[in-house]
Each structure stands twice: as structure tokens, then as C-alpha cells.
Ligand binder design. Sequence first.
Ligand code: ADP
Ligand code: ASP
Ligand code: MG
Length: 411
Amino acid sequence: MTFYVQKFGGTSVGTVERINAVADKVSGFRTAGHDIVVVVSAMSGETNRLIALAHEFSEQPEAREYDALVSTGEQVTSALLSMALINRGCPAVSLNGGQIQIQTDDVHSKARIRTIESERIDAEIKAGRVVVVAGFQGVDSRGNITTLGRGGSDTTAVALAAALNADECQIYTDVDGVYTTDPRVVDGARRLEQITFEEMLEMASLGSKVLQIRAVEFAGKYKVPLRVLSSFEDGPGTLITTEENEEMETPKIAGIAFNRDEAKITVLGVPDVPGMASKILGPISDKNIEVDVIVQNISEDGTTDFTFTVHRNDLTAALEVANKVASELKAREVKGDDKVVKVSLVGVGMRSHAGIASKMFAVLADASINIQIITTSEIKISVVIEEKYMELAVRSLHSAFELEGPSPVEQ
Ligand code: ADP
Ligand code: ASP
Ligand code: MG
């Protein structure tokens, strides 16, 4: 007998037929003798619909009520899936975040899980029921409903698997694993048999939305065996592993991630004196705006240019702050650009292979793509480029780094 936490995403529970198909799958696992806790997302499109509804009432909806509203999508699917299971003679019970005491901080719409009570779930499992948990939500110390950020049901599943000591956390979605890049952008993208937590964390934080970043962080921290699989067809999926596989030669590049949510701000002609970066970025972070890539040019005439990127949704607010600071600092000009994207190569094998960066830049040059910003870490290289070149860049890099088709080690 194995104990699985199984999470089904929006498309996987998007229609009555899909919910019935999930119920068949889950009851099949029960019949085979496994213990199952299921975590469900809202039906696909439902969270967006609820968010749009909230915005009918206010540009910036009240944070507590916003979470009370957007958490309802998951409650609907958990109840429906329980009904479908019970119809099949498979005892089941739906529980929401408050009922199983998923305690979070009080940062609405991006709350972090602090603790989970396992008593209620343990009791239900002992009683032979499948527990169907509404993902994406918790409660703060005062009992207010909180939500965990977009894609947060992944984190609910991993956190439950850690708290309940499950044998494996399975993330069922609309693709059959983690690919070398988004298979919806590159036809020849290849499913990975496995990927390290470190690589998956980079891929997720650089824009691959197949897993929420916090879910990967959580799984790495608590050593939760994590697998991404298709809810539509059987298959091994992709295992997220703690170890670099020593038996196989580590490929240089695991995958390519991209992020369309970037926007760039440049402050031109800033006096080149100590403390400038903090004078510009301090007020930006005071507004709770996250800054991603930062570069400062070398100065020649006592002034410098300072460029940074933010989430596209934050561009207007960030520009407002940057303009204010720029006039205080007597900088020449502030420019905003929301037509940029970030494309990144990720791989632990980069550590031991030189020349990846220069090859990446040569490939982009051959495709006549201008690089605006470059950042690197030990296991990733990112470039910011014009948005219209994103697909061309990803395809060119995917083929130049030979990520297509079966990998040499799998043949
Ligand atoms: P769910 O609703 O099941 O949570 P998501 O839409 O959040 O599903 O995540 C699955 C999607 O992630 C896929 O449909 C795919 O387009 C996208 N994706 C982005 N990068 C990758 C990648 N490297 N491998 C697989 N899927 C990816
Ligand atoms: N329903 C939420 C969202 O669309 C959470 C999730 O699907 O994981 O972001
Ligand atoms: Mg998701």
C-alpha cells in the first residue's frame, strides 16, 4: 500500500466529464489499496472569472474579501469530486483550507503556509475515506481566509504531502511531465524523465508555470518525492529529484524557461555617487514592488544609467516612483518598456561546462536578436530581449543546444 497526495489542476477538473474521469482514476487507486488525499484546483477559467468579477467592483479589491471570493472555485470542485467518488461507491469527504487548519500568515493573495493540522485528515483516512482538499487556500491566525498566489494548489499538495508524510506527491496536469521548454511553444520539446529540485526551482522562478515556485521550494526543503504527470493519459511523468544523477552524464542544459511578464525601467543620467542604487530601489520596494534584473552602466562623465525589471502589472506604479526619485536626484530621464521578455537557459551541468553563455549569445546574434540585459548564476543564464523575438529565441536555442528528440542517455 502506498500513500499518495494527488493534485488535479484546472484543466483536469474543467468539465463534468473531466471530474468524472478524475473520480475514475482516484477510485481506481483506492481499489488497488492505496491511501489517497486529493487536492483540487478550481475548474479552468473559474479563478480568472472570479478575479474579473471582483474588479467589476473595484480596481483594487479589498484584500480580505478578494481572498474570500477567489477561494470559492476550489471549494466547488472539491465538493463535486467528492460527490463523483461517493457515486462510485468510494467513500470521500471534501474539506476546505479552514476545516483542515492550513494556517498561513496574513498576507492576502500571496500567503505562506505555516502549519497544517493532520488530525482531521488522519481520522478520515483511517475511516477509509478519500479526502478531497480544496487547494490554494488557508486561514490566518484570526480565521480569515487567505490564498496562496496563482498556481497555489501545487503548494497545498506538497505541503500536505510533507505534513502527512506521503510516499509521493503527484501533480496531475494537462501535459505529461516537465519538458525541456513549454511544449505549447516548441513542438519538439522533450519530456524529461527527471529534473533536479535546483533546476526545477530555477525553471519555475524564471517563468515555467508547470509548478508553482513555492511548491518546489517546499518539496526541496522537506524532501517530498514530487512527480508531474498527465491526468489524461498514463505514463511515468517527470520525477523531481534531490540528487544529480551520477550514473548518467549530466546534460549541460536541462531546459529553457521564459517569462512574458517582464517590464523594464531605465533611469538615464543618474549622478554616479555612492548610494544611488538604494535611493532608486528603496522606494520601489517600499511599494511592495519586486525588482528582478538590475544593471548599472559604467559612467564616463560622472553620470550613469540604471536599468531594472519589474512585473508588467507593476510597471505603472514603478514608473511613478522612479519618476519621483529621478527628479529628486536630478537624473536626466526615465523610460519604461513593457515589450520585453526574459529567456533563460537552466542546467546544473553548466557548472562544469564553459562556453554555454558565448554559444547562447552567438545563437541569438545569428537570429538577429538584440540582447538588452544579461544576468547569470551558477546554473542559469538569462537575457532580456524584445518581446516579438521570444518564440524565435526559444526555438533557436532549443535546437542549437540539441534539446529536441530523445536524449542520448535515454536511447
Ligand atoms: P494546472 O492547471 O494543471 O495547474 P498549469 O497551466 O498551471 O496547469 O501548468 C501546466 C502548463 O505549464 C502546461 O500546459 C504548459 O503549457 C506549461 N509549461 C510551461 N513550461 C513548461 C515545461 N517546461 N514543461 C511542461 N509544461 C510547461
Ligand atoms: N485556481 C488557482 C489559480 O488559478 C490556484 C491553482 O489553480 O493552483 O491560480
Ligand atoms: Mg498550475
